[in-house]
Design a protein. Structure first.
Length: 318
């Protein structure tokens, strides 16, 4: 990053605490929701969602991996142990944002992410330039930098600790708003459309790959939740998104939620529902009338004298 970046904070026109986003006209938002349970496909899936693509800008691709992590209380009060996607330094994820287009001049992007270790200086959060420019959203000195506008939300990112961040933009007003959790952190009138996807794609966590300035401003980390919507949010919508982020990723809570194949109330493999809430039962024709597939919990069971036995008793036949 060029040295002059740090001198541009005087251009900041954020009004901290202001939140004047208007409710979008459509009643239902188009969304891509990612909970990283061993896949990069959105919960909406298929033609209704974009699949994320691993990226890397320091040589041959070094892809990330799926890990079990506990979300810190600073992000989710219930501190669930969940699956997440661990991305390396210089790496990240990309949404093609074309099938369908979700983020344009209006959008909301929410994420639960931590960086470990969090480097000094700039660490990329979101790139709207298709990885060609310095402009975008960064962590800077534990705050959030809207380069080249300015830096705010001090102490919102701490090394090895999860944070909940939401960026929302309203096309009608060009207003961009930042939230850390439920707390408003500022607004900016983005008349130059700096924070609009310039070529459709959205890049997360990896720094830009071309341009005259540094392209290595990134830190390794883990993301457990990412949600992109085509509408600006409201305070009520923000609360709902955070509630979803902290509950939809809670595999093992005995509640079948979006993107889960099953949820039997534990995080154990070999009982029909894996520790990552994947169905371990092969769906299809059952070999005997005693075997059946329970659609409510997405499990195979063995029926004995009118009662259900565990999947373990059916696993060799179902």
């Amino acid at each position: 990053m060029i040295a002059s970046k740090r001198s541009l904070t005087s251009a900041l026109s954020f009004a901290v605490g202001a939140f004047t986003l208007a409710l979008a006209q459509r009643a239902t938002a188009a969304t891509d929701t990612y909970t990283f349970r061993d896949k990069l496909q959105s919960a909406e899936g298929g033609a209704n969602g974009n699949t994320l693509v691993p990226t890397y800008n320091n040589g041959a691709l070094v892809a990330g991996s799926y890990v079990d992590v506990q979300i810190s209380a600073s992000a989710c009060a219930n501190t669930p142990t969940v699956r997440g996607y661990s991305f390396p330094e210089f790496g990240g994820l990309k949404s093609l944002n074309i099938a369908p287009v979700i983020a344009s001049e209006s959008y909301t992007i929410s994420m639960i992410v931590k960086f470990s270790p969090l480097r000094g200086g700039y660490t990329r959060l979101i790139d709207f330039s298709n990885s060609t420019l310095d402009d975008g959203i960064y962590v800077l000195n534990n705050g959030v930098s809207f380069y080249p506008v300015g830096t705010f939300a001090p102490n919102s990112f701490v090394d090895n600790q999860f944070s909940v961040m939401t960026i929302t933009r309203n096309a009608a007003t060009n207003e961009v708003a930042l939230f850390i959790g439920l707390t408003p952190a500022g607004t900016y009138i983005d008349v130059d459309k700096r924070y609009v996807p310039s070529a459709g794609n959205l890049h997360f966590f990896m720094d830009n790959t071309t341009g005259s300035a540094s392209v290595s401003e990134s830190s390794p980390g883990v993301v457990t939740f990412l949600r992109v919507s085509d509408q600006p949010t409201t305070p009520v919508g923000l609360q709902a998104s955070i509630d979803q982020a902290c509950t939809a990723v809670a595999c093992g809570n005995n509640v079948l939620e979006v993107s889960e194949g099953c949820d039997d109330g534990n995080n154990v493999d070999g009982d029909g529902c894996s520790k990552t809430c994947k169905d371990e039962c092969t769906k299809g024709t059952f070999q005997t009338a005693a075997l059946f597939y329970d659609k409510e919990v997405l499990h195979c069971y063995l029926r004995v004298e009118g009662s259900k036995k565990s999947w373990v008793g059916a696993q060799n036949s179902c």
